[in-house]
Design a protein around this ligand. Sequence first.
Ligand code: FES
Length: 79
Amino acid sequence: MEIQVCIGSGCHLKGAHYVIKRLKELVAGNGTAKPVRLTASFCQESCTEGVVVRINGVVVKNVSIGNIDTIFREAVARR
Ligand code: FES
């Protein structure tokens, strides 16, 4: 599974670094599941709907520290 977090200035202002920090914790706690590749991306041209995260190519908008756990769990369950 590949997860890309936008680190453009719009998403940065909306807390992208907190989302990345939490994702690192979730990936580390993912145990024996398939590997997760966590990377950063430049602006995805949806700055007003940031934080923008791409999971296996699917764009997820309005990601925050408040919903990233749920989004991650659902993505892991889908793969
Ligand atoms: S800065 Fe993230 S979509 Fe533009």
